[in-house]
Design a protein around this ligand. Structure first.
Ligand SMILES: Nc1ncnc2c1ncn2[C@@H]1O[C@H](COP(=O)(O)OP(=O)(O)OP(=O)(O)O)[C@@H](O)[C@H]1O
Length: 626
């Protein structure tokens, strides 16, 4: 594998190198991907002819996320429905039982969905009964299909509703007037939802489109002109097209806010208000508004009511903001200047598997990408400063296994559904617990298992309390250095209806009482070295000295231990912070405070054996990434 080693500078080199060989395969914007093209000659009461190539592309193995061994455990999750007018909703138990259009039933079968997930069991009857909905369910539990299936199915076979299409050779401009508008916070998520729309509109007369920033607007306009019944959009490009009169929302029957809490937080709220309240979007009570997310802070729940009809239903599957117990969560204490060593050690130690690494800054993403690439790892990166072409290519390479290590900023935290992401690493922990839930939710989807490892140090103390709560709720090991964050003042435990994890009114998850949780903390704090839950006895990584050993000097005013060792001795530091030593780790680090903080000092690089090992272990051609 000579391809790994490169003197090139910059991010995503692995991808760029591979790109030269696979250019034709990739030179398609996501917005231009093929979709089923309905012809007027088709019988709208029957089923339109198959398009086998497209069928293989849409429903083939390549992108199919298989359900995992814990899929059936979804049944055990508590579902709660709240509505101002107290309506009762009878869930469906199978797709057959529901009153879905026959084309939709065929597509569900092609998608290999055998049983609806809990959020689908409820949202299908809720949406078909014409109710507005705010739905909250765990990451990876099928929320996209939960809205697409009932929404699209109701529109199938309604020729009079389908959008006018540009006739070949006729230049008259046609304004796009979608019936369904789905708004998502990131370009990657918008294109993914568009891909799901392509699946579920297969062999129907509903034509899906997507518009998002960074990609050629002229090409997106061309697609819109061919007909647009179901539009997925990011807010910025949508606003732009609305202002320019390319799109009108006067016929919208279904408005969906995916990742709704994100769409209504400070970053996007103004855009959403403009789109929903100041455009020509129908507000005559004939339109349904649907909101979906895995997290919904209380204050956003309140805000969301501005956009929902009075009798809307609030559906929760599990605890609002909870994460799935299928994820094994590990928190490692790693000081800033040791993160790179730690990461390389982990990547060499773990079985090669699709791995997503989150960092906090765009610059940090570039720099870590370049660093790992130069160590021989097949990496690429995705963040807001990369061009849209680079972002799309990076995602393709991550998905097809050419670059099975993706370094990303939070732009990839929400919604992305990528097959077999086995490990999420929070190289830089985020500040908000909801963001943490979304990030780690990129693994362990539809009943599969996954691993999430987070590097923690004194810079992350803001999230410590909520992090411990999440770990406890999912029966995860709580490392000693987080123990002091567990003991909360009494009122924190007894308050109800605050945004505190366990204090939320809507808490419906595993029944943990305030007292239970406090006792758990106490127990954990007092546990002895033989406790099976001890973090340092984890089997996930090799063993090492306990984190509470005298090698650590405590820092009582901050409440967590710090490593008190000479900075230059990274071999030793690596041993204690991660639990094993490596013959490769004999470099010094320069710890200035910018994005390049961990660059090796000149003349003190990794031993060549790291590169050899990385290349051997992470050979994308040798590993079965599927
Ligand atoms: N009923 C089902 N049976 C099998 N697989 C399903 C079913 N419903 C959805 N899936 C698959 O589950 C995966 C996750 O779905 P989806 O991306 O909609 O999750 P989500 O709940 O929106 O997650 P997130 O909160 O991360 O956005 C997808 O690959 C989807 O095809």
């Amino acid at each position: 594998m000579s391809g790994f080693k490169s003197k090139e500078k910059g991010a995503g080199k692995w991808v760029q190198k591979q790109e030269q060989q696979t250019d034709s395969e990739k030179r398609q914007w996501a917005a231009l991907r093929r979709r089923y093209e309905w012809k007027d000659s088709y019988d709208e009461t029957g089923i339109a002819p198959r398009d086998e190539d497209l069928e293989n592309e849409l429903f083939g193995e390549e992108n199919h996320v298989h359900t995992g061994i814990n899929f059936s455990k979804y049944e055990e999750i508590k579902v709660n429905i709240k509505s101002a007018d107290g309506v009762q909703i009878e869930p469906i138990n199978s797709f057959d039982e529901s009153n879905l259009h026959k084309v939709m039933k065929e597509n569900i079968e092609l998608a290999k969905y055998k049983v609806p997930t809990p959020v689908q069991k409820y949202s299908i009857p809720i949406i078909t009964s014409k109710k507005d909905l705010m739905a909250c369910a765990q990451t990876g539990s099928g929320k996209t299909a939960a809205f697409l299936i009932p929404v699209l199915s109701q529109l199938f076979g309604k020729r009079n509703l389908a959008a006018p299409r540009q006739q070949p050779g006729v230049l008259r401009k046609i304004k796009s007037e979608p019936l369904v508008l789905i708004i998502a916070p990131s370009r990657e998520l918008a294109t993914q939802i568009f891909d799901e729309c392509r699946k579920f509109t297969y062999r129907s007369m509903m034509r899906p489109c997507v518009v998002y920033g960074g990609a050629d607007p002229a090409l997106q306009k061309e697609e819109l002109a061919k007909g647009c019944d179901v539009l997925t959009a990011t807010p910025g490009r949508l606003k732009d097209f609305l202002e320019r009169g390319i799109i009108s929302l006067r016929r919208v029957k279904f408005l969906v806010l995916d990742e709704a809490d994100r769409m209504l937080d400070m970053g996007f709220e103004d855009d959403i208000r403009i789109i929903v309240q100041k455009s020509d979007l129908v507000n005559d009570g004939d339109r349904q508004t649907l909101m979906f997310s895995a997290t919904f802070p209380k204050k956003i729940q309140d805000l969301a009511q501005d956009f929902l009809a009075k009798g809307y239903i609030f559906l929760t599957v599990g605890r609002v903001g909870g994460t799935t117990s299928d994820i094994t969560q590990k928190i490692l204490y790693v000081e800033e200047e040791k993160k790179r060593n730690q990461l390389v050690e982990m990547l060499l130690k773990q079985p090669p598997s699709r791995t997503l690494i989150f960092v906090k800054s765009k610059r940090g993403a570039d720099s870590l990408d370049e660093y790992l690439y130069n160590q021989g790892f097949p990496t690429t990166s995705i963040h807001g400063d990369r061009t849209q072409r680079e972002r799309e290519d990076a995602l393709i390479s991550f998905k097809n296994g050419r670059a099975p290590i993706l370094i990303a900023t939070s732009v990839a935290a929400r919604g992305l559904d990528i097959k077999n992401v086995m490990h999420v690493i929070n190289y830089d922990l985020c500040e908000q617990i909801d963001e943490y839930v979304h990030r780690i939710g990129r693994t362990a989807r539809v009943g599969n298992k996954g691993l999430a490892t987070s590097f923690y140090n004194e810079n992350n103390s803001d999230i410590a309390y909520e992090l411990v709560k999440i770990l406890m709720e999912c029966n995860q090991e709580i490392p000693d250095f987080l123990q002091s964050h567990g003991d909360m003042p009494n009122d924190e435990y007894t308050r109800v209806g605050t945004s505190n994890v366990y204090g939320r009114e809507d808490y419906k998850g595993r029944p943990i009482t305030w007292d239970d949780s406090r006792n758990n903390y106490r127990n954990n704090q007092n546990r002895d070295a033989s406790s099976p839950r001890r973090f340092q006895q984890s089997n996930f990584y090799a063993q090492g000295p306990p984190l509470n050993s005298p090698q650590y000097a405590s820092q009582p005013e901050r409440g967590f231990p710090v490593v008190n060792l000479p900075k230059a001795n990274n071999q030793y530091n690596s041993e204690i912070s991660h639990g094993y030593s490596s013959p490769h780790m004999n470099q010094n680090f320069n710890s200035d405070d910018d994005g390049s903080r961990n660059r090796p000092l000149p003349g003190n690089n990794w031993e060549p054996s790291v590169q050899q090992e990385a290349q051997k272990q992470w050979d994308p051609n040798a590993v079965p990434w599927k």
